[in-house]
Design a protein around this ligand. Sequence first.
Ligand code: ZN
Length: 479
Amino acid sequence: MRGWWRAVPIAGLLAVASAGSAVAQDWFETFKDTATPAELHRFLYAMPKGGDLHLHLGGSVFSEWYFDLAVAQAANGYRYYTKVKIENCADAARPPRRPPYLFRFHTVDQNTLERFNACERSEYVPLESLTGSQKAAWLDSLRLDQAHEGRNEFFEAHWSRLGDMTRNPHLIAEALYRNMQAFGAEGVAYIEPQVGVRGLRASNGDALSPDAVMDIYRERIARPDAQATGVSVRMQVSLLRFVADAEAQLAQLYDIAARHQEIVAVNMVGREDNDKGYPLRFLDTLRALRRQHSGVRLSIHAGEVDEPNHHVRDTLLLGAERIGHGINLITDPQTLTAMRHGPYLVEINLISNLLLEYVDDYAQHPFPEYLRIGVPVALSTDDRGMWDSTLTDEFFVAVTEFDLTWAEIERLSRNSLRHSFLEAAEKAALLDDYSRRVANFVAAFQADGMAAFADRRPPRRGFVCRRYGLCPEPNEGNP
Ligand SMILES: [Zn+2]
């Protein structure tokens, strides 16, 4: 008899501690059946998460952050100007040039502006002097939020408009800190952003070496405010795969990664529907680099393309341990079956894939198939500054569209830590910490329900507002 009544509270504890068992999942199924979309979103915001393994730092800056950070760079001697009108300046319109001459809201620094002729200079105004409507249009020009905007607008326009803002290491270092803050606030413990280290400039226009740029990033991450976010950071460096000298760039990046312990991997990005960027182009180069260097890991975009091909298989042959996107892996049965149960992970970017039109609807997305046949997957944000979204929103899409179980949610977060390029001891510590945080979270929810998270206010950004009707409350800004 004593044994029986003592078993009751112990069973209750077990249900919390072993979240993932059938008993522990019941509460989440009940919650999903009864929660409003706003409650689910708030729950997912408060929920502890693992890491974000696939994000491009330059694309992870909300446009209002870019504006504020760029204006604040006056303190470091950088001043920004943006194009607000087209005067049909004859010389400027002569091709070739990037971005195209007719772009409004292309932003440059004072060094670039000085190289323009008087006509073209007259088209630009200091960023801080934009009128209210001009500023709204500038902010909008960096978001992929219109029905007619898709892949071409993203690849050809948004990145070009950023102009010289992405060439200022101090601005990018502050953007990294803002990301640590925002990710920390939504329960993320680790990020592995792809950062630019080449082509950056001092305020006088002088080129900065990758080592000098890394010193600036390293110093920013080490400051107490950044450390207080609780978010661990490692970095990747990446190259555009289709450019003429991509092999030489790959060798340069490999060397940089080998010399900086904060840089844990090299990535290759850019449109795969450009036939100059196919994976096997780099096989000989990587084999040569592996004869010289040890310890440089590879996570490579592959299968982010409409047509069937063997890009994922070929990218594994390159030595990649993680695949970015992997959308068309579903069309390659041999590679798909070989990837079940590891060791490679596919980094899934649900919002990116929809907005860049790799799927027209989530019913076409292979994510649930990968997840449920045992291909390791994790959710990530890619370029959330341009989607105007968060990692919480990625989980919200996944739960809403694919009815994730609690065990699947935990698996996604654990995968994002297990497949990180962290050193073993820190990885183990973050996995332990995740288990502790998630157990506390489940216990708090089971004790108090949504009241446990009453003070949590998730940002409701553009993507979830447009697609799911989760828009900011009146008088509620986004942090
Ligand atoms: Zn990407």
